[in-house]
Design a protein around this ligand. Structure first.
Ligand code: NAD
Ligand code: IPM
Ligand code: MN
Length: 368
């Protein structure tokens, strides 16, 4: 069997910093577990724009379609604020998601015991939290037509985006959510705004259809997304799997990140249809962005990116026991009180650097 292939796209800002720590974990597996990957590294986002004048080169796109999995750091930053919309760093990421057809974005929010009293919410509300947000990733208002900024014929301008969902787009992401729920606590809560949006009415009806026809054994509930946001901070442990659209999922997952203590903790997997080898098309990335406010200072928390690699081990490479080892090492390091600055708060003393956190995780792996 050839080694699994991995395309690494560190991107911008703290992307390359956190990715360097993932490379240590990958190397550790090569040395200690005889698990090797064929790794290719390339540019995305502002870094690709600087080199090629586009945020994703066609060759990189072609490579992403070929490999077993893509691992991405983060894109964007103030340096690129004035660029034309079509070449902004974020367009590179959106192109990868769209052309690979990665429709199911899994964003788990898990509260590690050692961080339960660091969350901005009360300890008892978040301790033991383990929820999974499934965000639709290739449609909705992010991609719907018509879109653009145009003259409004009254001397002003109009900015247009279109929320649009088809039956098949809703059904396939609903199936992903029900499948995940079956392996977890068997509950799905679907969130939309069926009270004000026709696309929300269709969303609710189609998720219900998939439930009734294919997954009647899974418990399904529906919630308006605004109420869902409130419930997510009021009583997050009521949820198991949440399934929602592209934009609501973006907002709800950033909010869920703070339940776990920091945006620097949250990994994600973006999955598409199975390829010829049976593996799903897949890209793994932290939920956080390029964090321009701390980029280049060695302050970034690499855990979200390292846990994203653990998700790749689980969902792309069929190595759940190795994913457990990585997650266990992260847990052990946190239990030892080792913290990057984002996990310490205002008065926090002696944070470790990005690279020290990576080294601590390698040390913890060493004993597993
Ligand atoms: P951000 O996630 O980059 O940062 C938000 C806050 O969280 C900042 O204070 C940052 O310092 C902190 N933070 C984020 N990740 C951290 C980490 N690993 N360790 C410690 N602290 C961390 O979001 P933003 O500031 O809204 O966006 C900055 C840029 O990133 C924008 O260009 C945006 O479009 C882009 N972005 C990219 C992605 C992605 O590549 N997937 C995701 C979100 C935002
Ligand atoms: C995310 C980000 C992206 C999104 C941006 C950078 C395109 O916020 O991955 O959550 O809005 O999906
Ligand atoms: Mn986001």
């Amino acid at each position: 069997m050839p080694n699994p292939s991995l395309l690494i796209l560190p991107g911008d800002g703290i992307g390359p910093e956190v990715m360097a720590e993932v490379r240590k974990v990958i190397d550790w597996f090569g040395t200690h577990k005889d698990v090797s990957f064929d790794v290719t590294e390339d540019l995305v986002g502002g870094a690709a724009y600087d080199a090629h004048g586009v945020p994703l080169h066609d060759d990189t796109m072609a490579m992403a379609q070929k490999v077993d999995a893509v691992l991405l750091g983060a894109v964007g930053g103030p340096k690129y604020d004035e660029l034309d919309f079509s070449v902004k760093p974020e367009r590179g990421l959106l192109r990868l998601r769209k052309e690979m057809d990665l429709f199911a974005n899994l964003r788990p929010a898990q509260c590690f015991d050692a961080l339960a009293d660091f969350s901005s919410l009360k300890t008892e509300i978040v301790s033991g939290l383990d929820i999974m947000i499934v965000r639709e990733l290739t449609s909705g208002i992010y991609f719907g037509e018509p879109r653009g900024i145009m003259d409004d014929n009254e001397g002003g301008r109009v900015g247009i985006n279109t929320q649009r969902y088809t039956t098949s787009e809703i059904r396939r992401v609903a199936r992903s959510a029900f499948e995940l729920a079956k392996k977890r606590n068997n509950r799905v809560c679907s969130m939309e705004k069926a009270n004000v949006m026709e696309s929300g009415i269709l969303w609710r009806e189609e998720v219900q259809w998939v439930h009734d026809n294919e997954y009647p054994e899974v418990e399904l509930s529906h919630m308006y997304a605004d109420a869902g946001a409130m419930q997510l901070v009021r009583k997050p442990k009521q949820f198991d799997v949440i399934v929602t659209d592209n934009l609501f999922g973006d907002l709800l997952s950033d909010a869920a990140a703070m339940l776990t203590g920091s945006l620097g903790m949250l990994p994600s997997a973006s999955l598409g249809a199975p390829m010829a080898n049976g593996r799903p098309k897949a890209m793994y990335e932290p939920v956080h962005g390029s964090a321009p406010d701390i980029a280049g200072e060695g302050k970034a928390n690499p855990i979200a990116c390292i846990l994203s690699f653990a998700m790749a081990l689980r969902y792309s490479f069929d190595m759940p026991q190795h994913a457990d080892i990585v997650e266990g090492a992260v847990e052990a390091v946190l239990a030892q009180g080792i913290r990057t600055a984002d996990l310490l708060g205002e008065e926090g003393k002696s944070p470790v650097t990005t690279s020290e956190m990576g080294d601590a995780i390698i040390a913890a792996l060493g004993t597993s």
